[in-house]
Design a protein around this ligand. Structure first.
Ligand code: GDP
Ligand code: GDP
Length: 437
C-alpha cells in the first residue's frame, strides 16, 4: 500500500512547484510523448526508491472547478482527510494570513499528522520567518525554497520518516505463481462489468482477499490453471458508500491498484476513443513501470466502419507504446476474454523474466557489433558490459564510458534490440547507464 501525502495550502504558496519537484520521473523519454498526460493533482514520489508514496496536490482551497476537473479537485481535497501525512504549505514572504489561519483550523479538525512547510525562504530572514510562524504551534517548521530546489532533500527525509511502515506490494504478495492484475480506466468504460463477468465465470474458485485498508478488496481466482489476484478495482467494491457513488472513480485507488499490480489492463471505450483521462491513467501505468495490456471494450454492437474508426484512433494515439498488446473485448457478452488473458499472461511473463548476466552481455555484444554508437562531436560512447537490474519492468544496467553522449536514438535501438532478441512484449523495458567500469 502506498502511503498518501497531501499538500494543503492557499493558492500561490508553491504547492504545484513542490508537487512537480517531488513527482518528476527519471524516464523523461516516455513523457515527451503526446499520448501521455500527467495528472496535475496526483503523482507518485519515487525519489527515494525504497519508500515511494502517493502525493496529492489539493490545489487552491476555494475550488470552483467544474466537470471532471472539479471532480478531481474535490477528490484531492477529500484525500486530505485520508492522508497519512498532511504537508501544510505557507509562504515565507507573505507571513501568516487570515486564510492560513482558516486552513489551520480546518486541519486541526481533520486531526491528521501534519507538517508545517514554509516555502520561498530565498532572500528572507529565516529567524524572523520562524518567529512569525511560531504562533501556529508546530514543534518543527521545515523551511525550503522549492523554486530553487533548496531543502527538498530534507523535506523528502522528513516526509518518509513520518509515514507509517506498511508492507509494500512486494512484501505483501510475493507469491510468484499468482499474477496480480489491475483493471484500470476512467468511469464507465466497463471495469465492473468485466470484473463481474470474469468472476461470474469463475465463481467457484474466486475468494476475497482481506483488504489491506478499510475498503480495498482484492480477489483471488484461477483461470485455465493460472492463479490470479485481481487488485482492488471499482468493480470489486462491496457496497459503495454514498460519496463513492458520486465520485465513482477514485484516483487514489487507481494509483494504488497500479502500484500493487504487475499487469495493468487499461480499459478504453470503443465508442469514445482515447480521452485525456485515459491518457492520464496510462501515464500513471507508465510511471509505475507496469506491464500493460490495452483492452478496447464495448466492441459489440459496433458497425464495421465504427470498428475501423476505433482502431485508427487507438493506434494513432497510442502508437508510442507499440509494445503494448491491444485486445478487443465485450465485457457485456464475455467475448475476447481468452485473448485478453493470453495477453496478460505474455505481458506478465515478459515483465517478470529473470535474465542471466551472460545472456544479456551476449545481447549487448551483438547489438554493439551490429550497430556501434555514433561519434558525437568526435567522441564515441563505449558500452563495456551490462547486468540485469531487476524485473517488472525488466531493467538492464549498462556500464561504459562517455554514456552521457549516447543519443536517445541509440538508447531506443538498444531497447528494441533487446525486446526482439528476448521476445519481450507488454512491458516497458528500462535501461540505466552507469559511467565507469
Ligand atoms: P500553488 O498555487 O500553491 O500551486 O503555487 P505555485 O507552485 O503555482 O507557485 C506560485 C508562484 O510562486 C509561482 O510563480 C512560483 O514560481 C513561485 N514560487 C514557488 N516556489 C518558490 C520559491 O521557493 N521561491 C520563490 N521566490 N518563488 C516561488
Ligand atoms: P465502470 O465505471 O468502468 O466500472 O463501468 P461499468 O462496468 O459500470 O459499465 C458502464 C456502462 O457500460 C454500463 O451501463 C454497462 O452496462 C456498459 N457496458 C460495460 N461493458 C460493456 C460492453 O462490453 N458492451 C456494451 N455495449 N456496454 C457495456
Amino acid at each position: 500500500m502506498l502511503p498518501l501525502v497531501a499538500l494543503v495550502g492557499r493558492p500561490n504558496v508553491g504547492k504545484s512547484t513542490i508537487f512537480n519537484a517531488l513527482t518528476r520521473t527519471r524516464d523523461a523519454l516516455v513523457h515527451d510523448q503526446p499520448g501521455v498526460t500527467r495528472d496535475r493533482n496526483y503523482g507518485v514520489c519515487r525519489l527515494n526508491e525504497d519508500n515511494p508514496f502517493l502525493l496529492v496536490d489539493t490545489g487552491g482551497i476555494a475550488g470552483e472547478e467544474e466537470g471532471l476537473a472539479g471532480a478531481t479537485a474535490r477528490q484531492a481535497r477529500a484525500a486530505a482527510g485520508e492522508a497519512d501525512l498532511i504537508v501544510f504549505v505557507v509562504d515565507a514572504r507573505d507571513g501568516t494570513s487570515a486564510l492560513d489561519d482558516e486552513i489551520l483550523s480546518w486541519l486541526r479538525k481533520l486531526a491528521r499528522p501534519t507538517l508545517l512547510l514554509i516555502n520561498k525562504i530565498d532572500g528572507t530572514d529565516e529567524n524572523a520567518v520562524r518567529a512569525e510562524f511560531a504562533r501556529y504551534g508546530f514543534n518543527e517548521m521545515l523551511m525550503v525554497s522549492a523554486a530553487h530546489r533548496q531543502g527538498l532533500d530534507d523535506l523528502l527525509d522528513e516526509i518518509i520518516e513520518r509515514l507509517p511502515e506498511e508492507g509494500t506490494a512486494e512484501t505483501l504478495d510475493n507469491d510468484p505463481s499468482r499474477v496480480r492484475i489491475a483493471f484500470v480506466g476512467r468511469p464507465n468504460v466497463g471495469k465492473s462489468t468485466l470484473v463481474n463477468r470474469v468472476l461470474g465465470e469463475e465463481r467457484m474458485i474466486a475468494s476475497e482477499v482481506p483488504g489491506t485498508t478499510r475498503d480495498s478488496i482484492s480477489v483471488d481466482m484461477e483461470r485455465d490453471g493460472q492463479l490470479y489476484r485481481l487488485i482492488d478495482t471499482a468493480g470489486l467494491r462491496r457496497k459503495a458508500r454514498v460519496e463513492e457513488v458520486v465520485e465513482k472513480f477514485s484516483v487514489v485507488k487507481t494509483l494504488r491498484a497500479i502500484e500493487q499490480a504487475q499487469v495493468a489492463v487499461l480499459m478504453l471505450d470503443a465508442n469514445e476513443g482515447v480521452t485525456d483521462q485515459d491518457a492520464s491513467v496510462l501515464g500513471a501505468v507508465l510511471d509505475a513501470g507496469r506491464a500493460l495490456v490495452i483492452a478496447i471494450n464495448k466492441w459489440d454492437g459496433l458497425t464495421d466502419y465504427q470498428r475501423e474508426q476505433a482502431e485508427t484512433l487507438v493506434s494513432r494515439k497510442l502508437g508510442f507504446v507499440p509494445w503494448a498488446e491491444v485486445v478487443r473485448i465485450s465485457a457485456k457478452h464475455g467475448s475476447g476474454l481468452k485473448e485478453l488473458f493470453r495477453a496478460v499472461h505474455r505481458a506478465h511473463a515478459s515483465a517478470t523474466h529473470e535474465f542471466s548476466t551472460s545472456e544479456v552481455n551476449k545481447a549487448l555484444e551483438v547489438a554493439y557489433e551490429t550497430n556501434p554508437p555514433p561519434s558525437i562531436r568526435g567522441h564515441v560512447s563505449k558500452l563495456r558490459y551490462v547486468h540485469p537490474g531487476g524485473t517488472n519492468p525488466p531493467t538492464f544496467i549498462v556500464h561504459g564510458t562517455r554514456l552521457k553522449e549516447l543519443p536517445d536514438s541509440y538508447k531506443r535501438y538498444l531497447e528494441n534490440f533487446f525486446r526482439k532478441r528476448f521476445k519481450l512484449v507488454g512491458t516497458p523495458v528500462s535501461f540505466l547507464f552507469r559511467e565507469g567500469a
